[in-house]
Design a protein around this ligand. Structure first.
Ligand SMILES: [Fe+2]
Length: 254
């Protein structure tokens, strides 16, 4: 089987068109394409979205994704929960699945540990129940600020829950802290810190948080070959084995 990985799609699946990704002509449903978060294909539940997901499901390969910080977690949690290839998933379509957090999957005899999620709480979050909602929204629009609305464009589930952290630790304990590949949306703190800190301060999106620190602990304790992640919208190899993916598609050596 073939294992491909790519970065944030944000609902734009044009990279999976036949002319952009011609390798798919040789692929089957046993082959997988893993998106490192910010899938964005489960967002508004519209008929257009259903068509898009059907198109994805009609690709010759299986599409898998971990969660990023731009997903509709309410809709995702309504998808059937199923154990598949060794770990828990949400079945969006027969061949489109969310790989849950803290899980271990077996692809081609290799062990993949998955831990989606990232923080975007530096962006103002508005609540419709707030009596000043309209005023605040107008103010942000006037200032051309990016803002999100809780439960509509932002969900607190973008970060793992206590139970997901516990599940992750149990999974790694069972694996004796030895895996082949790690797939996350954000990076361990020390890897994230290698990015331009000035830029991080201005965008505010690369701040250290509980998840990056948790991943830091994993990176120090766990034996692994390669760590794939998204979130930072670039394609880089960092210190040989941390692979940041955005629009590139890479294939693991058979
Ligand atoms: Fe993203």
């Amino acid at each position: 089987m073939a294992v491909y990985l790519t970065g944030d799609t944000h609902r734009d699946f044009s990279r999976f068109q036949e002319d952009v990704f011609p390798e798919q002509a040789e692929l089957q449903k046993t082959d997988v394409m893993i998106i490192c978060g910010d899938f964005g294909g489960v967002w508004d539940g519209s008929p257009e979205e259903a068509e898009l997901l059907d198109w994805l499901d009609a690709r010759p390969f299986t599409t898998l994704f971990i969660s990023g910080n731009h997903e509709n977690f309410t809709l995702l949690s309504s998808c059937p929960r199923e154990r598949w290839r060794g770990g828990m998933t949400r079945r969006v379509r027969p061949s489109v699945r969310l790989l849950e957090r803290g899980q271990m999957f077996d692809f081609d005899g290799k062990r993949f540990f998955t831990m989606g999620g990232a923080s975007s709480r530096d962006i103002p979050i508005l609540e419709r129940a707030d009596p000043l909602f309209s005023v605040r929204r107008k103010w942000h629009e006037y200032r051309k600020n990016v803002y999100w609305i809780r439960g509509e464009t932002w969900w607190p589930e973008e970060m793992p829950s206590e139970s997901e952290y516990r599940t992750a630790l149990d999974t790694l304990d069972r694996a004796r802290w030895s895996v082949d590949y790690i797939v996350t949306h954000c990076a361990p703190t020390s890897v994230q810190n290698l990015f331009d800190l000035k830029e991080a301060q201005s965008t505010g999106s690369y701040l250290v948080n509980r998840l990056t620190d948790f991943l830091e602990e994993v990176s120090r304790k766990c034996t692994f070959d390669c760590w794939f992640f998204g979130h930072y919208h670039g394609n880089y190899v960092i210190e040989d084995r941390y692979i940041l993916l955005y629009d590139r598609i890479v294939r693991l050596a058979p």
